[in-house]
Write a protein that binds this ligand. Structure first.
Ligand SMILES: Nc1ncnc2c1ncn2[C@@H]1O[C@H](COP(=O)(O)OP(=O)(O)OP(=O)(O)O)[C@@H](O)[C@H]1O
Length: 332
């Protein structure tokens, strides 16, 4: 059974003339222990999807329809206090900036032990032991001493390790990580991603990893969802999506990844920009940028449909369960 199910999720914001639909009919699931990457250009809806799952969608944004289930139980309509418990115990969150997750006034040990005691049946001495072990597991040197230090006494990379420890403290089954390394020095980004992957796999925690970086997705994830203009354009096993993209947008994204083995004069870019929410064209939202566009793409909006091993929201795959996949850069 799926650990997380997101079914037909619609998120809206009030707008001068009616509403803006920021997430439009998003459906996917995450299996226990699985790492799902969510990728797409800025404004595609990645963070809103994560915020909806962890119950931190900021008003006036609201879930207008659809549902989110964790272990079969609906969590999108829980009272605030109930959702807070789910968030600590069942779902851990890691954000871009470690300081948003840490209280500057408390030692990291206090924050870790409070989380452990709140959610697990252990006494304070046992909680401290566990906190030290968590810091060790996340690669904090001299954890027995560092546990009594305050967040500002850690470097950015070490602070994000503490945040990972904090997210895992109550032994949640799911971690939602939203651009967890973007604010960090490039030289330590890979270490933190590797740590996140290793520690979650060891503990059997599933991860929803939101990132702009297709390279991170390739190295880390089991499956990937590619988002475009508030919808999922393609979803499938990571190596299939990367090597045999079924949606022209995915193929374009892949062609944007620099290939060091090829001497390219200029990095490929997809022409045009993602439409604003109040200017999404009829039919497929990608149609103004798509080089494979045809009449139906202007007339009807495609939902996800089987496209070889992946599922893609693209009319190229209508009526064919063994539709051809696109070569990288084919849309260029
Ligand atoms: N408070 C708000 N009011 C209106 N629109 C909003 C609000 N918050 C977010 N949006 C819109 O929702 C869309 C999705 O935003 P979201 O932050 O999820 O994108 P993203 O893919 O995570 O982008 P980034 O990679 O830049 O974080 C964007 O078009 C954004 O402008």
């Amino acid at each position: 059974m799926s650990l997380l199910q997101v079914n037909n999720l619609v998120v809206e914001f009030p707008h001068r003339r009616g509403t803006l639909r920021a997430l439009d009919d998003i459906s996917f699931d995450i299996a226990p222990g699985e790492i799902l990457g969510v990728v797409g250009e800025s404004g595609a809806g990645k963070s809103l999807t994560g915020a909806s799952i962890i119950g931190l969608l900021e008003p006036p944004g609201r879930v207008a329809s659809g549902e989110i289930r964790l272990e079969g139980r609906r969590i999108d309509n829980l009272p605030h206090e109930e959702m807070r418990k789910v968030r600590g115990r069942k779902i851990g969150a890691i954000f871009q900036d470690p300081l948003t997750s840490l209280n500057p006034l408390y030692s990291v040990g206090r924050q870790l032990t409070e989380t452990i005691i709140t959610h697990l049946p252990v006494n304070p001495a046992e909680a401290r032991k566990r906190a030290i072990q968590l810091l060790r597991d996340t690669g904090i040197p001299a954890a027995e001493q560092r546990i009594d230090h305050f967040p500002h006494q850690f470097s950015g990379g070490m602070r994000q390790r503490v945040v990972i420890a904090l997210a895992l403290a109550a032994e949640p089954q799911l971690i939602v990580a939203d651009e967890p390394t973007t604010a960090l020095d490039v030289s330590i980004q890979a270490q933190i991603i590797t740590l996140l992957k290793t520690i979650c796999k060891e503990r059997g925690a599933a991860v929803m990893l939101i990132t702009h970086d297709m390279g991170v997705i390739a190295e880390t994830c089991d499956r990937v969802a590619v988002m475009y203009a508030g919808r999922i354009a393609e979803i499938g096993p990571v190596h299939e999506v990367i090597n045999h993209p079924a949606h022209p947008y995915t193929a374009g994204l892949m062609a944007c990844i620099p290939d060091m083995s090829v001497d390219r004069e200029r990095l490929h870019q997809i022409d045009g920009a993602m439409p604003r929410l109040n200017a999404i064209p009829p039919g497929c939202a990608y149609n103004p940028r798509c080089e494979r566009v045809f009449a139906r793409c202007h007339a009807e909006r495609p939902d996800l449909m089987p496209a070889g091993v992946t599922r893609a929201a693209c009319w190229l795959h209508a009526g064919s369960s063994a539709a051809p996949t696109l070569a990288q850069g084919e849309v260029a």
